[in-house]
Design a protein around this ligand. Structure first.
Ligand code: ATP
Ligand SMILES: Nc1nc2c(ncn2[C@@H]2O[C@H](COP(=O)(O)O)[C@@H](O)[C@H]2O)c(=O)[nH]1
Length: 215
């Protein structure tokens, strides 16, 4: 197995970059929030966005809401690790928080679209684990956006119109989960995180216990 470091080589463990994407309304933020509640080892990357704040959202918790001018300043000063225009607004991942977490070996979750996922994959492929969430049907996707009752009808229609083009990127992800039953979808995400942490630890030769057994 070529990816295991020899026992005498100690490599600093880096955090996992868990990327989760989906068409709007498929349930990725719900799954991400549940994971953050249950798994205290993982931190959420809080994006900056030019989108208007929704009623339920808190500044600095769900997003950092910024003006177009401030977004351009952050982008042009290379303060964003990735950025994209999605459904007519700009979104980006602040670089500093991610680099600090990775360097300290802390895992991070990114609720970002396929364009952002591609950029992280290009820049930091060794650390990225990507998951795409699908809705069970397009009709259910539509009714979830309506039931969420956070966006205007016009915004909902824009998001639904974009959903097929977003779903077309599903093959670019390491894992694909159909979010029909929320608990089952969450369990699948949790299993992926657990398995990927084991793989990462094996890769970094941190199985001190095994080394002790065979010493
Ligand atoms: N398995 C499920 N069954 C029924 N409703 C669900 C399920 N998963 C999520 N929902 C509901 O669907 C709505 C959309 O979910 P959520 O906001 O998590 O979507 P999203 O993919 O993050 O969308 P966006 O990209 O617009 O942020 C929410 O009201 C959520 O409670
Ligand atoms: N490329 C990025 N995409 C992002 C980021 N933050 C959020 N998103 C994605 O935007 C859409 C819409 O989100 P919403 O909160 O307005 O519903 C969704 O697909 C998010 O995943 C980011 O920093 N970069």
């Amino acid at each position: 197995m070529a990816d295991i470091a020899p026992a005498h080589v100690k490599i600093a463990r880096r955090g996992l970059m868990l990327v989760i994407s989906s068409p709007s309304g498929a349930g990725k933020s719900t799954i991400a929030r549940t994971l953050m509640d249950k798994d205290k080892q993982i931190g959420l990357s809080v994006s900056v966005t030019t989108r208007q704040r929704r009623q339920s959202e808190i500044e600095g918790v769900h997003y950092q809401f910024v003006s177009q001018r401030e977004f351009e300043r952050l982008r042009d000063s290379d303060s964003l690790l990735e950025w994209a225009q999605v459904h007519g607004n700009y979104y980006g991942t602040p670089r500093e928080a991610v680099e600090t977490a990775m360097g300290e070996g802390r895992d991070m979750l990114f609720d970002i679209d396929w364009q952002g996922a591609q950029q992280l994959q290009d820049k930091m492929s060794a650390d990225v684990v990507s998951i795409f969430i699908l809705p069970p049907t397009m009709a259910e996707l539509q009714s979830r956006l309506h039931r969420r009752a956070e966006d205007s009808e016009e915004v909902i229609q824009t998001r639904l119109n974009n959903s097929r083009a977003e779903i077309a990127h599903w093959r670019e992800y390491d894992y694909v989960i159909v979010n029909d039953d929320l608990n089952a979808a969450f369990d699948a995400v949790q299993s992926i995180v657990k398995a990927e942490r084991l793989r990462r630890d094996r890769r970094h030769g941190l199985f001190d216990f095994v080394e002790g057994l065979i010493a």
